[in-house]
Ligand binder design. Structure first.
Ligand SMILES: Nc1nc2c(c(=O)[nH]1)N[C@@H](CN(C=O)c1ccc(C(=O)N[C@@H](CCC(=O)O)C(=O)O)cc1)CN2
Length: 282
């Protein structure tokens, strides 16, 4: 029997938890995880719930949930089941550290996901993909070819029914068309402690500014560069003795850990987006 995970967002009001748990109990559901949060300013209610023991198909359960709860409570909601592994596409450019980290964690069984292919605007990382036996699609991107390149990317993503796109140091700005097709399903790793130092060269900007802390930020991608809902961040201290090269070396370790945490939290259905911010359940 499948395990169903519900993510629920709606205006806060009395009875949401009681009615939701009663709905599942009536269908012989056994709730194995429940967490909730109310945003005090927005008066919005967030809930994550995992449930076993329901003998209905996913489609039937979704239909009954929609009628009994989602419509009456004006819910924005998502229900995932553990019937099928989600599919994740990786986008890379020339930097290999995040790619190696993700493929290593996947090979070690740390990430419950399928990786049907890797897309890159450069040929450089094809040998890495080959090491892990994953198809590599080199789709060059120039100012003139960007529309055709993205059309080719979208065709691949659609053909493989991709659920999540990860920009693992992909150094091209993705278009609104791709973002609209995969809302809150494109995760980027930015190599600074946002909102400080957005853009392509944050380590150089941080060094020039003389910072004492550098960081990495993983966020959902929006049209506004490096301004999407933040999923995960981490930092490390630096000092006057560190060069830009030291910043980049220290930063690589942060980028890998921050991106892998964000991917895992998304895949485990622990992220919700509201008002360009996230609620991250434990
Ligand atoms: N729509 C978005 N696309 C991307 C985002 C985003 O937040 N929204 N994040 C970037 C990643 N990134 C920083 O984390 C970043 C990548 C690239 C650039 C940039 O200026 N690229 C230049 C080309 C650079 C090159 O060819 O080497 C450009 O695209 O004109 C800035 C920030 C991924 N995409």
């Amino acid at each position: 029997m499948s395990r169903f995970t519900f993510l629920i967002l709606c205006p806060d009001q009395v009875g949401i938890i009681a009615k939701t748990t009663a709905f599942l109990h009536q269908r012989k559901g056994n709730i194995v995880y429940l967490d909730q949060y109310v945003d005090p300013e927005a008066q919005m209610f967030f809930m994550r719930l995992e449930c076993d023991g329901i003998g209905l198909s996913s489609d039937q359960l979704r239909s009954e949930f929609n009628e009994a709860l989602a419509i009456p409570f004006q819910m924005q909601w998502r229900m995932d089941s553990d019937e099928n592994l989600p599919k994740m596409a990786l986008f890379v450019s020339k930097y290999d550290h995040c790619l190696y980290d993700i493929l290593g964690r996947h090979a070690a069984g740390e990430l419950q996901v399928e990786i049907p292919f890797i897309i890159s605007n450069h040929p450089d990382l094809a040998p890495v993909a080959e090491q892990f036996g994953i198809p590599y699609h080199h789709i060059p991107v120039t100012k003139d070819t960007k529309p055709e390149a993205e059309a080719a990317q979208l065709a691949l993503l659609e053909a493989h029914k991709i659920d999540l796109i990860v920009l693992a140091r992909y150094m091209q700005i993705v278009s609104p068309k791709l973002i609209d097709r995969y809302p809150n399903r494109i995760i980027n790793i930015h190599h600074s402690f946002l909102p400080a130092f957005p853009g392509a060269k944050p380590y150089h900007s941080a060094y020039a500014r003389g910072v004492k802390i550098i960081g990495a930020t993983s966020h959902y991608v929006t049209e506004d560069l490096d301004a999407g809902p933040i999923i995960e961040q981490d930092t490390t201290q630096v000092s006057h003795i560190h060069s830009v090269t030291d910043f980049i070396r220290k930063g690589r370790d942060l980028e890998k850990i921050v991106l892998s945490r964000a991917i895992r939290q998304h895949l485990e259905g622990k992220t919700m987006v509201y008002d360009n911010k996230t609620v991250i359940f434990h």
